[in-house]
Design a protein around this ligand. Structure first.
Ligand code: FEO
Length: 391
């Protein structure tokens, strides 16, 4: 188990979680990586740790460079346990070490762990700590991802360690962005943004503004690959996403009971095609909500269809709406369709969610009794055309 030198005297000592397939409800088909960084200077620093069950592997990587008992400073950029889970064990090995975190980090760590005996100190945003030849500068970036989040910057090495920001849930054979095909890295960066960062557009914009004043040639996030070749690509994408920009694309998301809503979804899809709008069709029976939300991230038009069961929308659509209301995608044009047997009111729940999200809804709901006949299909066609004509 070896550390990987990413800059002279700075090492990746993280762990790849190859078998992870679920990260608090987010399907992680390619696993994940918890990145921790070891800085060897007159003072020895460990920035972030890993999940507790992977602690031994991180300690072994540290030990390939230096005895873990020699660590002088542990930095906790973020309280969430994928990064803080091994702090207690590290501090057992290096009880003299000072633990630096943000003000909210101190509060959060006190909630999650028995911190009695920890030599913990909250650092201010902008505070600089000298390590000898190098220094660390901390910038608080609350809500990217939790209120405690902060960035650690090493100016002498032009190295930014922003924790969750710019991360991707992926375990890859390399550790840099030029060692894995860029389309895979960007696919996972988009999925990570859509599922983790999306609700925090304003805090992320503020963090981006703070970060842009810094000079760096490497971004070392807490998950996935380290950015050294494609920094401009990921920064541009983050600007696009934080501004809730979209591309001229549609997503039709639906679930069906006896095929009526599915045939309507097919009609909606066909009409988007007829209008020259690229379209993705997603059945909630076959696609996981953490994948569907990635399609939503950049699409302009979102059509949602559900059958009615027991006077309610289908549970799969209810779950998707709950997930999406939390993630708060903005600046969308929505459309709602579906089918019912005897109570046509269930789709009001979908409408209420989209109104809450502030989406444009230029076309009325198309809801059909039992099986859609030609008039319902014609209404869908007209509704989609009206969406596209609405500027
Ligand atoms: Fe990777 Fe918010 O923890």
């Amino acid at each position: 188990m070896k550390a990987v030198e990413i800059k002279p005297g700075i090492y990746w000592v993280g762990v790849k979680d190859w078998n992870l397939r679920d990260f608090h409800g987010y399907q992680t088909r390619r696993g994940s990586t918890y990145n921790a960084y070891l800085i060897i200077d007159e003072k020895v620093v460990l920035v972030d740790t890993v999940k507790s069950y992977l602690c031994d592997e991180m300690l072994a990587r540290i030990a390939s460079v230096i005895d873990p008992s020699k660590i002088d400073i542990v930095v906790s950029n973020h309280v969430e346990m994928d990064h803080s889970g091994s702090i207690g064990e590290v501090l057992k090995r290096a009880p003299q070490a000072e633990l630096l975190t943000s003000t909210n980090g101190e509060k959060g760590l006190n909630h999650y762990f028995d911190t009695s005996g920890w030599n913990m100190r909250a650092v201010k945003s902008g505070e600089q700590v000298s390590l000898g030849k190098r220094s660390l500068i901390f910038t608080h970036i609350p809500l990217v991802h939790w209120p405690d989040s902060m960035v650690t910057y090493v100016p002498e090495d032009k190295l930014l360690i922003p924790n969750d920001a710019f991360g991707q849930h992926i375990a890859a054979d390399g550790i840099f962005d030029d060692e894995t095909p860029l389309d895979i890295v960007m696919e996972e960066a988009a999925k990570y943004y859509a599922n983790i960062i999306l609700p925090y557009g304003i805090p992320v914009s503020k963090a981006m503004t703070a970060i842009e004043t810094l000079e760096f040639d490497m971004i070392a996030p807490s998950h996935g690959v380290i950015w050294r070749k494609h920094i401009a690509t990921i920064l541009d994408k983050y600007k696009f996403w934080t501004q809730h920009q979209h591309v001229n694309k549609a997503v039709v998301i639906y679930d069906t009971m006896w095929g009526s809503t599915e045939s309507m979804a097919q009609q909606v899809k066909s009409e988007f095609e007829n209008q020259g709008i690229p379209v993705i069709l997603r059945s909630l029976k076959h696609s996981h909500i953490s994948d569907v939300i990635v399609d939503v991230l950049e699409a302009k038009y979102i059509a949602l269809g559900s059958a009615t069961i027991n006077n309610m929308i289908l549970p799969s659509m209810g779950a998707f709406l709950t997930y999406m209301r939390g993630l708060k995608p903005e600046n969308k044009t929505g459309f709602i369709f579906g089918s019912y047997g005897w109570n046509p009111k269930a789709l009001a729940e979908v409408e209420s969610a989209l109104v809450e999200l502030g989406w444009k809804l230029p076309s009325a709901i198309v809801n059909t009794k039992y099986r859609p006949q030609q008039d319902a299909m014609d209404k869908l066609q007209t509704a989609v055309k009206a969406l596209v004509d609405n500027k």
